[in-house]
Design a protein around this ligand. Structure first.
Ligand code: KG4
Ligand code: ZN
Length: 345
């Protein structure tokens, strides 16, 4: 079964083709980073318009990559939420009309389920059950995963998502957008002993998290340095290092706690921030201590892409699930509302 996957929830248009027998056949991506960079963040209306421009040509690119024709497609999966409503509507409208025209089944996919299952596209695939840490620009969640669609949210951020905290830190230090890669690059040159930032909410029981205080810590530290006449690149690097270490340590403590609480041994880490090297190293240690392993998506599938949507949609289409023609995208949508794979959608 060949599934066309379409992602358009935020600032990346992704179109991929996944074959349930042969695996990933094509994965085309257009990033809008340069479009939003001058505004320092995603402008929703510009994002929607750019998705409109890109989605059809990108579908042609994916078909060419796989050496297939549209008529070879057996089903279509698109991101139905959560995300920017206008951006989601573009993907949904395109995918739903194409499925109607081709007379093939279609399914709306939960964006975070796409991230959660993305490690299945890598060389080392986790067996169920596992704890998933989902860290992206819009979400930070710890989830107990018993199977596809069997999700229990264990904890989440009460304010900023981890990716958002990286992006805001970068903005405060004048490092541009998106912030994650820039902050982690500069952190490599930072002195690990110069600053120590707090590990938020680790002294409280439970698995909820909070990252907005860290951003304030960045601001105060940077302003104090500047007031003392120091606005050097080295100081920026030292702040990035302290910030990244605090994030990685906080997430390590929460993941260790989640593994202990659930009795699970495997840890899946996914979403844009799972591309972060420091975090990967730290969480690999945590999962090893728990007696299981840590699983990540291949690096290029950590951030938004069509492949993860094609994969998640393929699993649900294979199980006979379908979305009706009048299915609407959702800006907000809990993972816990998804049906298990063996139930009707
Ligand atoms: O999953 P994603 O592509 O989009 C959302 O669903 O939000 O995640 C994007 C986020 C951004 O906040 C970006 O700064 C962050 O992932 N990110 C990183 C790294 N690469 C991307 N954060 C830390 N380190 C990285 N290497
Ligand atoms: Zn995402």
């Amino acid at each position: 079964m060949i599934i066309l996957g379409i992602e358009s929830s935020c600032d990346e248009t992704g179109v991929a083709l996944y074959d349930t027998e042969r695996g990933l056949l094509a994965d085309a991506l257009h990033s809008q980073i340069s479009l939003h960079a001058e505004y320092g963040g995603v402008v929703p209306e510009l994002a929607s318009r750019d998705h409109i421009r890109r989605v059809a040509p990108l579908t042609q690119v994916a078909l060419q990559q796989a050496d297939l024709a549209l008529t070879d497609v057996d089903g279509i999966a698109w991101t139905a939420g959560p995300g920017l409503l206008g951006a989601l509507l573009v993907g949904a409208g395109f995918a739903r009309s194409l499925a109607f025209a081709l007379d093939v089944p279609a399914i709306g996919v939960h964006h975070m389920e796409g991230h959660l299952l993305a490690p299945m596209l890598g060389d080392e695939k986790p067996d169920f059950p596992f704890v998933a840490l989902l860290v992206s620009g819009g979400h930070t969640l710890l989830v107990a995963v018993e199977g596809i669609g069997r999700y229990r949210v264990l904890g989440e951020t009460l304010d900023d998502a981890v990716g958002e905290a990286f992006d805001k830190t970068a903005k405060l230090l004048g490092l541009g957008y998106p912030g994650g890669p820039a902050v982690s690059e500069l952190a490599k040159k930072g002195d690990p002993d110069r600053y120590r930032f707090p590990r938020p909410m680790v002294d409280r029981p439970g698995l909820d998290m909070s990252f907005s205080g860290l951003k304030t810590y960045v601001l105060n530290t940077w302003q104090a340095a500047q007031a003392a006449g120091d606005d050097s690149e080295q100081t920026k690097a030292d702040i990035c290092r302290a910030f990244e270490t605090a994030v990685a340590e906080t997430l390590a403590i929460k993941c260790r706690r989640a593994l202990k609480q659930t009795g699970m041994k495997r840890l899946v880490v996914s979403g844009g921030v799972s591309a972060n090297r420091t975090l990967r190293t730290r969480l690999t240690e945590v999962a090893r201590e728990a007696g299981g392993g840590a699983f990540f998506p291949p690096l290029r599938l950590c951030t938004d892409n069509g492949a993860m949507i094609a994969y998640a949609g393929a699993q649900r289409l294979l199980a006979g699930q379908r979305s009706d023609l009048d299915f609407s995208p959702r800006a907000r949508w809990s993972l816990e509302d998804l049906p298990p794979i063996d139930a009707p959608a």
